[in-house]
Write a protein that binds this ligand. Structure first.
Ligand SMILES: C[S@@+](CC[C@H](N)C(=O)[O-])C[C@H]1O[C@@H](n2cnc3c(N)ncnc32)[C@H](O)[C@@H]1O
Length: 245
């Protein structure tokens, strides 16, 4: 597949996301899911490296009988991240996505019917906008958001961080990546060269994002800026911890 070009960044701080952003995002990922997944799954080294860093901080191997609960935001097709989480028998995942096409692919990948795979009973798939999710406080050991929170408008990213912190147990972890550049919003009309590939991203930039993460109440333990080779974009990867008390 051809290499993808980075979307144009809109330097205009007055940029307003379209009012129908969420329905357009859903329609786009419903249309481009197979192409996106084929393109991205082969470039998963960075995702897996940070996932390993998260897993080494969770009691997945040290206390294999302790139940561990993870929320994954914008989980996509479930490969390879959700699958790797579910490889730990004491871990259950709530995987959310706005695209029902992505969730059906994830269901086929992770919950085969015949014979039922090992993840049955440990995976919940939740369709809808991540910002509209509602959970009781302090229910998750970790929240993961890879290449997904960046699809929210910037003000919503801040709101999302506040919700994530509320849903994390004391001592819980956030693993996520964000745009390293600061821009109020960027659109692509035909992302991945797909006719129906309208797309939107936004970012506070590395320093701005770190400030928002800390303001939300997390301690940043790992922060690294990494270039994604397929599309030459830079992302801030963070592992951040909620205080134990
Ligand atoms: C770039 S893909 C990343 C998928 C997966 N996390 C990965 O690393 O391959 C972004 C995913 O986020 C989902 N998404 C976009 N906006 C969302 C929103 N507001 N709420 C939930 N999911 C969203 C998309 O449908 C898509 O599956």
């Amino acid at each position: 597949m051809a290499e993808q070009t980075a979307p144009p960044l809109d330097p205009n701080p007055q940029y307003d996301p379209p009012a129908d952003l969420k329905s357009r995002m859903k329609a786009s990922y419903d249309a481009i899911a197979p192409k996106y997944n084929e393109w991205t799954v082969s470039h998963s080294a960075t995702r897996l490296r940070y996932l390993d860093q998260l897993l080494s901080r969770l009691p997945t191997t040290t206390s294999p009988s302790a139940p561990v609960s993870v929320l994954e935001l914008g989980a996509g097709c479930g490969l390879p991240v959700t699958q790797k989480l579910l490889a730990h028998a004491n871990l259950s995942v709530t995987a959310n996505d706005i695209s029902s096409a992505q969730l059906s692919i994830a269901r086929a990948n992770l919950l085969p019917d015949d014979p039922p795979g090992p993840a049955h009973g440990r995976l919940t798939l939740l369709d809808g906008d991540m910002l509209a999710l509602d959970f009781a406080p302090a229910v998750f050991d970790a929240v993961v958001g890879m290449y997904s929170i960046i699809h929210l408008p910037r003000a919503e990213q801040v709101e999302m961080l506040r919700k994530i912190v509320a849903w994390l147990k004391p001592g819980g972890w956030l693993l996520a990546n964000f745009a390293a550049d600061e821009f109020a919003g960027a659109e692509a009309q035909n992302w991945l060269e797909e006719e129906k590939g309208w797309m939107f991203w936004s970012g506070w930039g590395s320093e701005g994002t770190l400030e928002k993460v800390r303001e939300a109440g997390l301690e940043v333990v790992v922060r690294e800026t990494v270039e994604d080779l397929p599309d030459e974009k830079f992302f801030l990867w963070i592992l951040a911890k909620k205080s134990e008390s």
